[in-house]
Design a protein around this ligand. Structure first.
Ligand code: NAD
Ligand code: DAU
Length: 356
């Protein structure tokens, strides 16, 4: 079985659903259920014995180690993190606590578990760390995309905390021989994306008749990847990646923010037309994000050459599916926005400790 951290968040829940859609190998899903964790994402797995959910904090090393000893997973897939750049600007503390100290605690638990395995178990074990392209900093307009040897230059508290976690993972391989794998991925989009991030925020605001906020001049560039392609890349790295290696994952799809928002408006104009006006009329330029990175772009050549992975979705196909998902799941967005699901979690988990 495998042990997943952060499997109730955006990418983690997509990963869990995809994993159990293509394999019968069970998993433990260990998640603190912060504001970003949502068990409704996993409703399709209700009653499925292959999915065991445990609420907990990766910073609680004793809890993690007890679970590792109980379940003896062959791999840990580490998604849990504070993930929103704007929140890291307003309040970096949680980012240091979870992304740095939490990853450190998890690595210590993993190392203790790994040391207790027999020879074959130790050789087969993997610690896969899910990280971001933001650790590489920002690119000029004509600079070559980030590759695995690009120097780290993180610019936000979020990316600095992820960079620190990447370095810790690297050191546990180099020093202790822990069989680690690291993936550095570009911007994801798709179902269950929390509506504080650009794409789901714009869809939700458009439908609610609210402004569509564009930071600065809107010409900042991101490399967008449909989330199920990221999940497939992670499965491929887990299956065939070489311990100690880093794999960059991206969509070969650079777009300026304002063009992403225009594309969303065009799809919404078709699928959910408003009488007499385009959603474009809601587009609003607002003050820029402090320290805003201008451009990210990933060279995903290594994972293609060595492991045969390439994205299956184009931006056109992925974004259409995404908008349709949000139109079909407006109750999910309303729940997240109203805080109803966090109330539900309190109601369901208060006094229970561990949920299964
Ligand atoms: P998210 O914020 O949607 O989900 C994070 C999950 O981690 C939530 O379920 C949350 O409850 C859980 N969590 C947070 N702190 C925890 C703790 N201390 N202990 C246990 N669980 C905790 O994030 P996401 O967008 O799904 O990102 C997942 C991972 O992928 C992160 O490590 C992120 O850095 C990385 N990443 C994200 C993107 C992207 O575009 N979203 C791109 C590349 C890499
Ligand atoms: O590159 C990978 C990273 O992508 C991940 O590591 C992060 O976890 C993930 O949140 C994402 O970070 P970004 O900062 O790129 O994503 P976000 O959706 O917050 O913003 C995308 C771009 O859109 C960015 O240039 C800022 C801009 N933006 C964002 C918001 C929320 C706006 O112009 N307006 C907005 O209201």
């Amino acid at each position: 079985m495998i042990f997943v951290t952060g499997g109730a968040g955006f990418i983690g829940s997509n990963f869990v659903l995809d994993w159990l859609g293509q394999s019968d190998e069970p998993l433990v899903n260990f998640d603190k259920l912060t504001y970003a964790g949502n068990l409704h994402n996993l409703a399709a797995l209700a009653g499925d014995p292959r999915h065991q959910f445990v609420r907990g904090d990766i910073g609680d090393g004793a809890h993690v180690l007890a679970l590792l000893r109980q379940h003896r997973p062959r791999a840990i897939l580490h998604f849990a993190a504070e993930s929103h750049v704007d929140r890291s600007i307003h309040g970096p503390d949680a980012f240091i606590t979870t992304n740095i100290n939490g990853t450190f605690s998890l690595l210590e638990a993993a190392r203790a578990h790994w040391a207790e395995l027999d020879g074959a178990g130790r050789a087969a074990f993997r610690f896969l760390h899910v990280s971001t392209d933001e650790v590489y900093g920002t690119l000029g307009p004509d600079a070559a995309p980030f590759c695995e040897s690009t120097a780290y230059a993180p610019n936000s508290p979020y990316s600095a905390s992820k960079a620190a976690s990447d370095h810790l993972v690297r050191s546990y391989h180099h020093t202790y021989g822990l069989p680690t794998l690291t993936t550095n991925c570009s911007n994801n989009y798709g179902p269950f994306h929390f509506p504080e991030k650009l794409i789901p925020l714009v869809i939700a605001n458009a439908l609610a008749g609210k402004p569509l906020p564009i930071y600065g001049d809107g010409r900042q560039v991101r490399d967008w990847l449909y989330v199920s392609d990221h999940c497939a890349a992670i499965r491929r790295v887990l299956a065939a990646g070489r311990p100690g290696e880093v794999y960059n994952v991206g969509g070969w799809n650079e777009m300026a923010n304002v063009d992403v928002v225009r594309a969303l408006c065009a799809i919404l104009d078709r699928l959910a037309p408003k009488a007499g006006a385009s959603y474009l009329a809601q587009l609003t330029y607002v003050a820029d994000r402090p320290g805003h990175d201008r451009r990210y772009a990933i060279d995903a050549g290594k994972i293609e050459r060595e492991l045969g992975w390439r994205p299956a979705e184009t931006f056109d196909s992925g974004i259409l599916k995404t908008v349709q998902w949000y139109l079909d799941n407006q109750a999910w967005v309303a729940d997240v926005q109203s805080g109803a699901y966090s109330n539900w979690v309190e109601q369901n988990y208060a006094g229970r400790g561990v949920a299964a």
